[in-house]
Ligand binder design. Structure first.
Ligand code: MOS
Length: 750
């Protein structure tokens, strides 16, 4: 009965609000799980396999156990330690401590000691005898006959994933221009500021986990199952969280080891990974090789798209597919995708900010650029020619709203595309160019959840939600919604979140769903409170609820202006002191789908003597529905695009050819973009369409779309500047110098 029609105008929502926990975050007083110190707490560390592929023959912990401060050591043989990982229909593929170590850094044992240094020293002192096995770290070689097999049945992860519509062969026959190119994207590593880890303790049969994760309820289910406990006996808390980007959705071996050590010692145990460990063991973006073929008519109408890809999620199953964009971003009747996923001796991949999409965009968006050139078309015009209004991937389901064309058009205008495209590239050693690339995100989220709002008699409010604020500003826009509906100042809304004991169920924060799944829930809770306030006023004023409205802290009767009461004078409120409002999420409306769209524009400068590429300008135009808070929205856009710069220009895992070990497993040798890599001219352009049907707040996701087309926009700009097509990430000086030298040898130097 509460009115959940979309907002027409808003006073607080859409205004720039600093984070409600900004002071805690910047002053260092916010307690992240990594900061947590519990009374009597032990510190733990893993002993890890140093080889790319090996079998553990013998583990001797006797010396380590006798070392100062050591309180417990667990290995594969310890009671309760045979915990399964990566379940398949034939059983688990691995264990917490698997004697068959399939990648460098696999866990072999864990130590708990009085101090972290004692724990790490003891972990190093555990005597482990390995039988080294032949390894494979190149995913194309992993498919060759005679390649070392990681699992029974070889290195192929099931049958290739196939998608097909129309008739691709016919589509290429009808094409008047065809391009066929091969793209490569090496592995990118998640490097969130807060490394992975947990602080765990048992209270009798209750397991308490303070953790850095993206969804406390999903992880509660996982840990309850591991320890055969009822859900209510597991508490997972993630109050402050220092980034995850998809790598903190899965149960951690660190959590399980800490729980076992805690049970054995009867003390809380903290197990956080070092930065170097996180490079090996807790996630990465799968590397891919993508063969892309595009066919089009002279007028730019696409006739066929084909993508054949191979990728690897490392030593255990993790999808490496990158084909979604090829199947859904542009209108095309004939599409064929075939993707093969293989095992190699490297750490398992995990979801990574728009899993598969930046890789897919790297291939599709450069191939689109190439075919535009072949057709003599502006790459922007080619894209605009092929904008769909339905999801072809879903068999023609219409979008609630599609801002793809608007992202391209408004973005081009704000960027000055036409003029920039015509500007001379420069005749000296330093040349300039501009490029564009588009994208979309492919998941509309899981709209479940409950929010509880307590409105207090003094006019303040306290919101309880299970959703995680993974560093994105979730708590802030939630407070803004309460403020919007009830007039409570944002500063007087307290948000308590992400604690399975004290907050109601919410879905994980991933898949760019947090805002559009949870904002209608929070709004419904606020509207429930509002309804109760109106009912109290109706009784007191002897009026009809339907004719009452709340404005500026006063409830007044639209039909009889003398009938009004300030909230603070509501008698029943002062008796009751607290009003509890409950908001629940409805399923998505049927028959349509709500997805965000994006276009990125880049201008680069290439020094043809050194191969150095500087990004001078970036503009991100996004259709993510309503902008709840421009400040945190911009944070997402700039953060996502900066990650796109990393993916496209600086980051790549290097596995040593001779040992299979990672050669750059640290923040010094693995280059993530810094302030010096982002352009001085960085622009965020929201295409604020206010979808009115998808949900009651008019929102869609922003986190993932913001990182999807940045790298190909930069690559297309590099091509515009130099005529060199960089098909492999990263576009770094090493690669550029090589490509420039190769061109000079061919005698076609600029
Ligand atoms: Mo994301 S990659 O669903 O956190």
């Amino acid at each position: 009965m509460t009115d959940t029609r979309p907002w027409t105008e808003t006073k607080v929502v859409g205004t720039a609000q600093p984070r409600i926990d900004a002071h805690e975050r910047v002053s260092g007083s916010a307690v992240y799980a990594r900061d947590l110190v519990l009374p009597d707490m032990l510190h733990a560390a893993f002993a890890r396999c140093p080889h790319a592929h090996a079998r553990v023959k013998r583990v001797d912990v006797s010396k380590a156990l006798a070392m100062p401060g050591v309180r417990a050591i667990i290995t594969a043989d310890s009671p309760g330690a045979k915990l399964p990982f990566y379940l398949t229909s034939k059983g688990p593929l691995s264990w917490l401590f698997d004697p068959h170590c399939r990648h460098e850094g696999e866990e072999v044992a864990a130590v708990a000691a009085e101090t972290l240094h004692e724990a790490r020293a003891a972990a190093r002192a555990i005597e482990i005898e390995y039988e080294e096995l032949p390894f494979v770290s190149d995913f194309e070689k992993a498919l060759e006959a005679g390649a070392p097999a990681l699992h029974e049945g070889g290195n192929r992860v099931g049958e290739p994933d196939r998608y097909e519509r129309g008739d691709v062969a016919k589509g290429f026959t009808e094409a008047e221009a065809v391009v066929e190119m091969t793209f490569r994207t090496p592995c990118e590593i998640h490097t969130p500021m807060e490394t992975h880890g947990s602080v765990v303790k048992w209270e009798g049969e209750r397991l308490i986990i303070h953790d850095t994760n993206q969804g406390v309820f999903d992880l509660r289910s996982a840990y309850a199952q591991y320890f055969q406990l009822p859900l209510s006996n597991v508490r997972v808390v993630s109050e402050y969280m220092g980034g995850g980007f998809g790598s903190k959705l899965e149960p951690g071996k660190y959590t399980l080891a800490a729980a076992l050590l805690s049970r054995q010692t009867g003390r809380p145990v903290k197990l956080f990974l070092s930065r170097e460990e996180t490079f090996l063991c807790v996630g990465n973006r799968p590397p891919n090789v993508l063969k892309m073929k595009v066919g089009a008519k002279k007028d730019g109408t696409l006739t066929a798209l084909q993508l054949v890809g191979i990728g690897t999620g490392g030593a255990y199953p993790e999808g490496s597919d990158a084909g979604y964009l090829t199947s859904d971003l542009y209108l095309c009747p004939n599409v064929r995708i075939e993707e093969t996923n293989v095992y190699i001796n490297a750490g398992k991949a995990r979801a990574f900010r728009a899993p598969g999409f930046p890789q897919g965009a790297w291939a599709l968006e450069q191939a689109m650029d190439a075919i535009a050139l072949k057709l003599g078309m502006d790459p922007l015009a080619l894209r605009l020619k092929n904008v769909p209004q339905v999801s072809q991937r879903r068999g023609g389901v219409p979008y609630f709203s599609t801002g793809l064309a608007q992202c391209l058009q408004d973005g081009a205008k704000a960027f000055g595309w036409e003029e920039a495209r015509k500007r001379p590239r420069g005749s000296g050693p330093i040349v300039r160019g501009v490029g564009v690339a588009a994208g979309m995100w492919g998941w509309d989220g899981d709209p479940r959840g409950t929010a509880i709002l307590r409105y207090v008699a003094d006019g303040s409010a306290s919101l309880t939600t299970g959703a995680s604020d993974i560093g994105t500003g979730t708590k802030t826009w939630m407070a803004m919604i309460v403020s919007e509906e009830l007039g409570v100042p944002v500063a007087n809304v307290h948000v308590h979140h992400a604690d399975t004991d004290t907050t109601p169920y919410a879905v994980l924060s991933g898949g760019s769903q947090t805002v559009h799944v949870n904002s209608p829930t929070v709004r419904a809770a606020a509207l429930d409170v509002k309804q109760q306030l109106l009912e109290m006023a109706a009784e007191q004023l002897n009026a009809e609820v339907a004719s009452l409205e709340l404005k500026d802290g006063v409830i007044a009767d639209r039909t009889a202006p003398e009938k009004k009461v300030a909230l603070k004078d509501l008698k029943r409120l002062s008796e009751q002191q607290t009003i509890v409002g409950v908001g629940r999420r409805r399923p998505h409306p049927k028959g349509k789908v709500g997805l965000p769209f994006v276009a990125h524009f880049a201008e680069v400068e290439v020094d043809t003597r050194t191969g150095e590429v500087r990004v001078l300008r970036l503009l991100g135009a996004h259709d993510s529905g309503r902008v709840m808070n421009p400040l945190t929205y911009r944070n997402q856009v700039f953060g996502g695009m900066t990650m796109g710069i990393g993916f496209g220009m600086t980051e790549a895992r290097v596995l040593d050819r001779n040992t299979g070990k990672m050669a750059n497993a640290n923040w010094h040798d693995y280059k993530i973009p810094t302030a010096k890599d982002v352009p001085p001219d960085f622009a965020c352009l929201p295409v604020d369409l206010h979808d009115t049907e998808f949900n009651s707040t008019g929102t869609k996701g922003i986190g993932e779309p913001a990182t999807i087309p940045t790298a190909p926009a930069i690559a297309n700009a590099v091509f515009h500047a130099t005529g060199i097509r960089v098909t492999e990430t990263p576009i770094n000086p090493t690669q550029m110098a090589r490509l420039l030298a190769a061109r000079a040898l061919r005698g076609v130097g600029r």
